[in-house]
Design a protein around this ligand. Structure first.
Ligand SMILES: *Cc1c(COP(=O)(O)O)cnc(C)c1O
Length: 379
């Protein structure tokens, strides 16, 4: 079903990736649960041969994801993975080799540093710089690949994708953007000059906290082919059931992200009013340090709010006192969740730092819950 650019986001997501209408066929075919396909004779050009290479349920989801990340670009292709980390590793490990230099954010998703360590062990020069202030610009010379994560998780800093992509391309480097936090409705890295849009679909994209998924979208078959071959080689494939659940969830992406962004802003504003709360960050807050850059390149500001409470004990009391916000990691789900990031030890954050993922509940209920929990934590 061809993507029509005249349509708004809400219309496009409910139709994304659906096959052409056929009498008596389901609009979104169910998961193809199969390890192999009937495969007579010559195998050259067979679209489906073995379940580690291809699956029609992936194909439909990949069309949908490509339509959303690169509207109107028939050359764009998506490759779906078992998780966001599988997608991230596929780009970095398939593209970069001994003697190459890569530039990673120093404040990106915490497991990115583990991939960086692996690359170092293979003789790759790994450079890092913070997301804020486009600081990665300063370490680009001679790099083969620039990796951006904007907004960054969990600090919510933003860099200028267009500016960094132009500078990287001038130096012959490829550019990948982790688009997990924004989702393709919030930000389109390929239109801003990136070569790869990469994301964890586990978070806001699928939004129900019941699926792990990742994807890579590129416009160029020369870039896409090694990524697909990597998936087949290491077997980092999503299950057909997860792929189908993900595709089904895309239909509500516009509803969810619109509601979550509005709720996040309301919660961020309420947090700011409390004297015990400092450094409230959300790219949608008009005076947030990241707002100007975010407003230039983002269409929606996402569901994550981060802030700092006076200490670890205060943060733990706050989290325990919340009625509507579950203590959990991950983000982007329909149910609000929060956690003290310091409990993992991986992020450079204060002990009282909380990442709150705002769900689709009623804003007034969430604001009241957050206010009440702050009062109880204050004691
Ligand atoms: C969660 C996350 C990942 C990893 O995704 P998984 O699906 O958990 O493997 C990567 N990048 C960002 C920004 C994330 O938030």
């Amino acid at each position: 079903m061809a993507d029509d650019l005249r349509d708004g986001d809400g219309t496009r997501v409910v139709r994304a990736g659906l096959p052409a209408e056929e009498p008596y066929a389901p609009p979104l075919p169910g998961p193809a649960l199969t390890a192999h396909y009937h495969l007579p004779g010559d195998v050259a050009g067979a679209p489906y041969a073995y379940g580690r290479d291809a699956n029609p349920t992936w194909t439909a989801l990949e069309r949908a994801v490509a339509e959303l990340e690169a509207p109107g670009d028939p050359a764009a292709t998506a490759t779906v993975f078992a998780s966001g980390m599988a997608a991230i590793s596929a780009v970095l490990l398939s593209r970069v080799g001994p003697g190459d230099a890569v530039v990673l954010p120093s404040d990106g998703y915490n497991l990115l540093a583990s991939v960086g360590e692996r690359l170092r062990g293979w003789g790759v020069e790994v450079r890092t710089a913070p997301t804020a202030g486009d600081a990665q610009l300063g370490v680009l010379d001679g790099a083969a690949l620039l990796w951006l994560e904007t907004p960054s998780n969990p600090g919510l800093d933003v860099c200028d994708i267009r500016r960094l992509a132009d500078a990287a391309h001038e130096r012959g480097a490829l550019v990948a953007v982790d688009n997990t936090l924004a989702t393709p409705l919030g930000q389109r890295p390929l239109a801003l000059g990136a070569d790869y849009a990469v994301a964890s679909g586990t978070k806001a994209l699928t939004g129900h906290g019941d699926v792990l998924l990742g994807y890579v979208v590129c416009r160029d078959e020369e870039l896409a082919e090694p990524v697909r071959l990597w998936r087949k080689t290491v077997g980092a494939i999503p299950g057909p059931m997860e792929s189908w659940l993900a595709h089904r969830s895309l239909a509500t992406l516009e509803l969810r992200t619109a509601r979550q962004a509005a709720n996040a802003l309301a919660v961020a504003e309420a947090l700011r009013e409390h004297p015990g709360v400092s450094d409230v960050r959300h790219p949608g807050l008009p005076d947030d340090p990241a707002h100007e850059a975010a407003a230039r390149q983002m269409r929606r500001f996402g569901c994550v709010v981060s802030f700092t409470l006076p200490d670890k004990g205060f943060a733990e009391r706050f989290l325990a006192a919340l009625r509507l916000v579950g203590e959990a990691t991950s983000f982007g789900g329909v149910r609000s969740t929060a956690e003290r990031r310091g409990r993992w030890g991986g992020d450079a954050v204060p002990e009282g730092f909380v990442r709150l993922s705002v769900g689709v509940e009623d804003a007034a209920d969430l604001v009241a819950d957050v206010r009440a929990a702050l009062e109880r934590a204050t004691g």
